[in-house]
Design a protein around this ligand. Structure first.
Ligand code: NAP
Length: 299
C-alpha cells in the first residue's frame, strides 16, 4: 500500500501500488481533491476494525480519473481486489453503458454512484436518493409521503432525487430546469416509469404550505453564486434542502432561506447518508450514517 495521499492518479493505480491483501475501497472523480468521502469512510472503516479484525488496515482511497480512463480504471480496481467504489462527477452516467449488472433504481435514474465487487464483476447502485430521503428525515423530520416536492435541476442529482422521492407517494412532484430539453427528457422518463410529475417556474414560484424545495443544480458550489429562489415569497412552513455544500459557512440559498424564516440545510447530511449506504452495501455491516454525519459536522 502506498503512503496515504490526498488523492492518487491513474498512473498510481496502474503502478505496483494497492496490491496487498487488505480491504480496499475507492472513490473516482475528476476533480477529486475536494472530496470529503475518504475522511468519513476511513473513520467508519476504523470503527468497524475495532470489532472486526478482518478490517484492520482497510482503506478508502480517492482517485482522480479522467473520463477516457474510467473503464480501464474500473478493471484495474477489480484486478487489485478493491471491494467497492464510489463514483462522483463526471462518472455517474458512463458506467451504465458498459456494466451489465445495474440495480433497478440506478437504471431508471440513469446514474450510479456505488459499485460493488460482486465476485469479480461490478454491480452498480445509486445511493443518492436514499441519502436525500434520510437527510430530509434527520434534518427536518420531513417524509415525502403526502407532501408536495419541488426539485430544481434535471441533471444526475435531480434525476436521482425525482425517481427516489417520486416512489414515496408524494402528493405532487414538480420539476424545473434551466434547459427545457433536459427537463422534458426527465419528465418523460418519470412518466414512462409510472411516476406522475408536473413542471414549475422559479420566477413567481408559489408553493403550498409544508412543501419541500430541493436545489439539485450546481448553483451554490461557487463562492459567488446567488440564491436559487426568492425565499421571502415561500411559506415559512416549507423546508429548503440545498444539495451543494460549502466547507466554510453555508450556501447563499440556505442563508437567504433561513433569513426568510424557513428551515434550510445544505448537502452535508446527504453526503454522509449516501456514503454510509454505500459502505453498508460493500460490507454488510450496520448502517453508520449518523456516525459519518457527525464526522463531517466536526470539520
Ligand atoms: P449535473 O448533472 O452537471 O447537473 C447540473 C444541474 O445544474 C443541471 O440541472 C443544470 O441545468 C443546473 N445548472 C448548472 N448551472 C446552472 C446555472 N448557472 N443556472 C441554472 N441551472 C444551472 O450535476 P449533478 O450531478 O446533477 O449535481 C448537481 C449538484 O448536486 C452539484 O452541486 C453536486 O455537488 C450536488 N450533489 C450533492 C450531493 C450530496 O451528497 N450532497 C450528491 C449529488 C450531487 P442545465 O440542465 O440547464 O445545464
Amino acid at each position: 500500500m502506498p503512503e496515504k495521499k490526498k488523492f492518487f492518479t491513474f498512473e498510481d493505480l496502474k503502478s505496483g501500488f494497492f496490491e496487498d491483501g487488505t480491504k480496499k475501497f475507492a472513490v473516482l472523480g475528476c476533480p477529486i481533491g475536494h472530496s470529503l468521502s475518504p475522511l468519513m469512510q476511513n473513520a467508519a472503516l476504523e470503527r468497524i476494525a475495532e470489532s472486526d479484525p478482518e478490517f484492520e488496515g482497510a482503506g478508502y482511497f480517492a482517485f482522480e480519473i479522467f473520463p477516457e480512463n474510467l473503464r480501464e480504471a474500473l478493471d484495474i480496481l477489480l484486478e487489485k481486489g478493491f471491494l467497492g467504489a464510489n463514483l462522483t462527477i463526471p462518472h455517474k452516467v458512463a458506467p451504465l453503458s458498459f456494466l451489465e449488472d445495474v440495480d433497478l433504481y440506478a437504471k431508471s435514474a440513469g446514474a450510479c454512484n456505488t459499485l460493488l465487487n460482486d465476485g469479480g464483476k461490478w454491480k452498480a447502485f445509486n445511493t443518492d436518493g436514499f441519502g436525500l430521503e434520510k437527510a430530509l428525515q434527520i434534518l427536518f423530520e420531513f417524509s415525502a409521503e403526502g407532501r408536495d416536492i419541488f426539485i430544481l435541476g434535471a441533471g444526475g442529482a435531480a434525476r436521482g432525487a425525482a425517481f427516489w422521492l417520486g416512489r414515496k407517494n408524494p402528493r405532487s412532484l414538480n420539476l424545473s430546469n434551466r434547459s427545457k430539453d433536459r427537463l422534458q427528457s426527465l419528465v418523460s422518463d418519470l412518466r414512462s416509469s409510472g411516476i406522475d410529475c408536473g413542471e414549475f417556474s422559479v420566477s413567481g414560484l408559489k408553493i403550498p404550505e409544508n412543501s419541500a424545495l430541493i436545489n439539485a443544480t450546481s448553483i451554490g458550489l461557487g463562492a459567488s453564486d446567488g440564491a436559487v429562489a426568492d425565499f421571502g415569497k415561500l411559506p415559512k412552513s416549507c423546508v429548503f434542502f440545498d444539495m451543494p455544500y460549502r466547507l466554510v459557512g453555508t450556501t447563499k440559498s440556505v442563508e437567504e432561506a433561513r433569513r426568510a424564516g424557513l428551515r434550510a440545510e445544505s448537502g452535508l447530511a446527504m453526503l454522509a447518508y449516501q456514503g454510509a449506504k454505500s459502505l453498508e452495501i460493500w460490507t454488510s455491516k450496520q448502517f453508520m450514517g449518523d456516525f459519518m454525519f457527525e464526522i463531517l459536522r466536526k470539520i
